[in-house]
Design a protein around this ligand. Sequence first.
Ligand code: PLP
Length: 436
Amino acid sequence: MSLLAIKGGKPVVEPGSIHPWPHITEEDKKAVMEALERATPWRYPFEEVLELERAWSEWTGMQYTLACNSGTAALHLCVVGCEIGPGDEVLVPADTFLASASCVLHSNGIPIFVDVHPLTYNIDPAKIEERITEKTKAIVAVDLHGLPADYDDIYPIAQQHGLKVIEDGAQAHGAVYKGRPVGALGDCSGCSLNGSKCLSALGEGGLFATNNARIYELAQRARMFGEIVEPGQPRQYNAYIMGWNYRTDPLQSAFARSQLRRLPQMTEWRIRNGTYLTQKLKEIPGIQPPFVPDDRTHVYFFYPILVRPEDLGLDEKYVEPFRETLATVMQAEGVPLRAWQTRPVPAQSLFQFRDGYGKGCPWSCPYTRSGIVYDPSEYPVATDVCRRRLVLGHSTDSFGPPNGLDLMEKYAEAFYKVLVENRATITEMTVAQTTS
Ligand SMILES: Cc1ncc(COP(=O)(O)O)c(C=O)c1O
């Protein structure tokens, strides 16, 4: 039995063996330098931005793409495009990143949360219908951690109730659902290009896409101050609707365009790493690796692991102490295992106090249904996932290249060392943490 690094033993993963994300090549540098050469004078639109839009449309098969300056902006463009306004309700999974819900608030709409599925951690289609009211306009389906949501179960419900489906693909570029790519799975989609993402603009960025001309037209105006800008025509400086400045810039776009050329290889790499690690971790007690249904791929933006202290003979009250102990011990082994969100979105203060814009807006708005409260106990699965989740992946230690199977092998070795060879020690440490 080898001594845990936290007790003075040798770490399994040596410092410097994990590469950060994004993986930047000479090709990416050349693309950015060329964009820099062409960057003055400032103009709208930049060719690099249009080029990225064309390439994303080609990738997704969506007719219209708008590149913008964040994933949140892309999702808000979806909300505007779907004509969601004051008091309109939008269903959002209870376990996601805040922006999946706050994009609705940006248009004075009201997020209504739906619990998630215990295996996929995505919105549970079986729980959607009970949340629909006469105010409901859309469903945000999030491809959480890198796994597409259950679109074929979501769509019939949406169609029956006349709802739009907005895909939040921020964490899942490259993943496929029944042969269709992320970005093409909703009536419109918003993806992030933030530097941590599977497809990245290095800094910030986003991609909106749709096949619907009306949604596109509204989103296009919202991206540009509410104005209509005709290609080749002088700008009118006349806002038709409420708009924002969600435009993006040529350097970020050139970088993202260059990365998009390698998205197939990068995705293959991620899938190979994640699949390999799951094979190894399946046999280790105390943790539950991610589940991937046969009809879709997971691209492991995050590789989520749920802790199961019950497997080690510890009862349920030890979930959080075990999660923290395991993360600390694994980090000492050189594995950057850590918690991500530890509470469902509706448990965040914004929703508990319901004061988005001050004076209770938009919940106090006359168009909003009265009596909306967010009771975390209504989302038991999301709460449980948040309590138990530890993640690998993201920008410090992505599953994309050049991190490969040798690193996955080391991760698996570290889990084995901690949870099998040193099971008694980690159990004692967990209990000691609770009693200290
Ligand atoms: C699921 C999800 N939706 C939306 C966003 C927002 O993207 P951005 O940070 O680019 O605004 C993120 C980014 O972290 C995300 O993870």
